[in-house]
Design a protein around this ligand. Structure first.
Ligand SMILES: *Cc1c(COP(=O)(O)O)cnc(C)c1O
Length: 351
């Protein structure tokens, strides 16, 4: 019966980070250092947990289709922008593609980067064009603009996963002014960067900025993300989306998480300190990062071998081999709790 499956799904698909499997309840050296998925190691904010508990009591009712509890909280936090929400930023990306892309349209992606953009575009029948970054992983804005001629969507991740570097607002503005379509700016890690792209929203009506509650806000398991969108786009996004896609528990938790600034600040402080310590203490080159992870060049070792060996020592990190356009000697390491980071330094240096 497999002949019935669409040809684009006969192979490929999203490559997930290695999971700890059943070895989850150890102590001491048996504990697993989880540095593969860029999660905040501290649990969710107590305010988010309380809001989720209260919301679940009304789980017999369909959620508010406008996700008003979250949109109001976002407006209180960021100002009077237009917002849409989704099942993670992944859900936002999927709905955005569904809203704008007809079969045969072009979607341009700055690579190497997060793989889901290409998969979501392909699902709509798009022609996906990859524009490689330069050797230092900076964005070649001229090449991106050239490739974007007639394209519906250009995707740029900043800070970029997995390389960690951010693109300047000047370069982003150059791209915005040079393309006919929408620029989707993936800001999953922007809270760690100190860069603010929001002023560009007032100037350009082709800018969409995606954000997530999975990283600094510690809510990866609740699957909630959002985007700043131009006002013209919002009604169409809603029309294209799956009805009631954002559940009420996640929306309530996310809204509450926004207000716990200390919870966010604690992890940002940890990240800033450890980006420096990784660079100093590791024997391998650590690429400069504006995110809560670093990419490490483990040559002459191969990325998959290093990931395997670290897993044997109960340290989970991400191989970058699955990122198209990247050589096979990079790993991506999230900044976790201090004990996790220390174990990573010890075990990686001991390889
Ligand atoms: C983690 C991540 C996302 C989205 O995460 P969700 O959990 O779906 O919100 C999006 N883009 C990048 C680059 C990411 O690393």
């Amino acid at each position: 019966m497999e002949r019935l499956v669409r040809s684009c799904y006969k192979q490929g698909g999203y490559v997930f980070a290695k999971k700890a499997g059943s070895r989850t309840h150890g102590a001491g050296d048996e504990r697993i250092a989880r540095l593969a998925s860029n999660e905040n190691p501290e649990g969710p904010s107590p305010a988010a947990v309380k809001a989720a508990q209260e919301a679940v009591l009304f789980a017999n009712r369909y959620p508010d289709e406008r996700v008003d509890v979250l949109v109001s909280a976002l407006k209180a936090h960021y100002g009077d922008y237009t917002f849409v929400a989704g099942v993670g930023m992944d859900g936002v990306i999927e709905t955005l593609m569904r809203t704008l892309v007809d079969p045969g349209d072009t979607v341009v992606i700055s690579t190497p980067t997060f793989s889901f953009y290409g998969l979501a575009a392909q699902a709509q029948g798009a022609k996906v064009v990859a524009v490689p970054r330069r050797a230092d992983f900076s964005v070649d804005t001229d090449a991106l603009i050239r490739a974007a001629k007639g394209a519906k969507i250009v995707v740029l991740c900043t800070p970029n996963n997995p390389t960690g570097n951010a693109t300047s607002t000047g370069d982003v503005e150059r791209v915005l002014g040079g393309i006919d379509g929408v620029l989707f700016l993936d800001n999953a890690y922007v809270e760690f960067s100190g860069i603010d792209y929001l002023p560009l929203l007032k100037k350009y009506e082709n800018l969409v900025i995606g954000r997530t509650f999975s990283k600094v806000y510690s809510l990866a398991g609740l699957r909630i993300g959002y985007a700043f969108v131009p006002a013209w786009l919002q009604p169409y996004y809603t029309r294209a989306g799956t009805p009631f896609t954002v559940n009420a528990v996640s929306a309530a938790a996310a809204a509450a998480a926004l207000s716990d600034r200390e919870h966010v600040a604690r992890y940002v402080t940890q990240v800033t300190a450890w980006r420096g310590r990784f660079a100093q203490e590791l024997k391998y080159p650590v690429l400069p990062s504006d995110a809560n992870f670093v990419m490490i060049d483990v040559a002459p070792h191969k990325s998959d071998d290093v990931v395997e060996k670290l897993a044997e020592k109960n340290v989970l990190v991400r191989s970058c081999r699955s990122f198209t356009g990247l050589a096979d000697h990079y790993i991506r390491v999230s900044i976790g709790d201090t004990w996790e980071n220390e174990r990573l330094v010890r075990e990686l240096n001991a390889l």
